[in-house]
Design a binder for this molecule. Structure first.
Ligand code: AMP
Ligand code: MG
Length: 309
């Protein structure tokens, strides 16, 4: 299949309206979009990515008025979080309406909903005229794409369209909060931090291993990982070609280095650096740990997952 590469949000939205697949930029990572009520399109998302059927998609909306199409039970906690953080890098999980296909939510009774704040994403979603189901626009198991060229590398020839935008601002996937229970539960860390959530909804708890897997099956899949081995620390262990990423100068010599200014900069550079290391045949990527606070917590979460592979 030939993949249309365009700068025009209207052209990409037209692909969605016809039931096709269009990748698009957001402030977190690039997403692979499909009209959420179009069953064949949702199936095609899983096929194009090689995504396991038990990993649910997030519904992306242009306006809060679309939430009613997806969920009839917006809890008070969700209402507060939506008011505080939409549009932005936060996904709220709510009970889904029966009209939302089970394949989109991987058989769960719930649906993750997010309203991106990226301008190109918003124009695209508004023109699509429907909530758009979208996972990250990478082949399953690879690092999420933060540039349109990374999308093209994984999915060029496999999807109908890539809406070309700038490199993503944040570089890590959205914060995910399950709002269906008595207390909201943080399922995935992202740019909206636990402290920020707690300021809005005092009862939020951070989920741990077993509970996380039960509530958010997708989190157990290998994510975010390059082909080379990821080591959290200062020095390599393997003896092959090694690369370094972290805040400040590396200790010793590396074949490739990425020096970051702070945790935000680290977040925005991490996934593309993983891909760059894969392109140049790096055997081991040494990642300097960051303080486990603010977006640093999300960076550490992704590093631990990548290192565990
Ligand atoms: P991706 O956008 O590729 O990072 O994938 C979406 C991720 O969001 C999934 O892997 C889940 O961890 C989470 N997610 C999406 N929908 C739900 C849901 N209904 N319940 C819990 N977690 C969800
Ligand atoms: Mg993903």
């Amino acid at each position: 299949m030939e993949t249309l590469i365009t700068d025009d949000p209207q052209a990409a939205a037209e692909v969605i309206r016809r039931g096709g697949l269009a990748a698009f930029p957001t402030e977190t990572v690039y997403g692979l979009g499909a009209a959420i009520f179009y069953r064949e399109a949702i199936e095609a998302v899983f096929a194009a990515k090689g995504r396991p059927a038990d990993n649910p998609l997030i519904a992306h909306i242009a306006d809060e008025s679309e939430i009613g199409q997806l969920s009839a039970e917006v809890t008070p906690a969700a209402e507060s979080l939506i008011k505080a953080f939409f549009p932005g890098p936060l996904t709220v999980v709510l009970k889904k309406r029966p009209e939302v296909h089970d394949i989109a939510t991987a058989g769960l009774m719930t649906i993750g909903i997010r309203m991106p704040r990226n301008d190109v994403a918003r124009r695209f979603l508004a023109a699509a005229g429907t909530p758009v189901a979208a996972p990250s626009a990478n082949l399953s198991g690879r690092p999420s794409p933060t540039t349109w060229t990374a999308v093209n590398e994984d999915l060029g020839g496999r999807i109908d369209c890539i809406l070309r935008g700038d490199p993503t601002e944040i570089g890590l996937e959205s914060t995910v909060v399950d709002c269906t229970g008595e207390r909201p539960v943080l399922l995935r860390r992202g740019a909206v931090t636990l402290d920020e959530l707690l300021r809005v909804v005092p009862g939020v708890t951070a989920s741990t291993g077993g509970e996380l897997e039960a509530r958010s099956p997708g989190m157990r899949h290998a994510h975010y990982a390059p082909r080379g081995r990821v080591t959290i620390g200062e020095t390599p262990h393997l003896g092959g070609k090694a690369a370094f990423i972290g805040i400040g100068e590396p200790i010793g010599d590396f074949s490739a280095t990425m020096i970051c200014r702070d945790a935000e900069d680290y977040a925005s550079k991490l996934f593309e650096f993983f891909r760059e290391c894969d392109r140049s045949g790096i055997d081991e990527i040494v990642c300097r740990p960051v303080a486990d606070e603010g977006i640093g917590s999300a960076v550490m979460d992704r590093l631990r997952r990548a290192a565990a592979k």
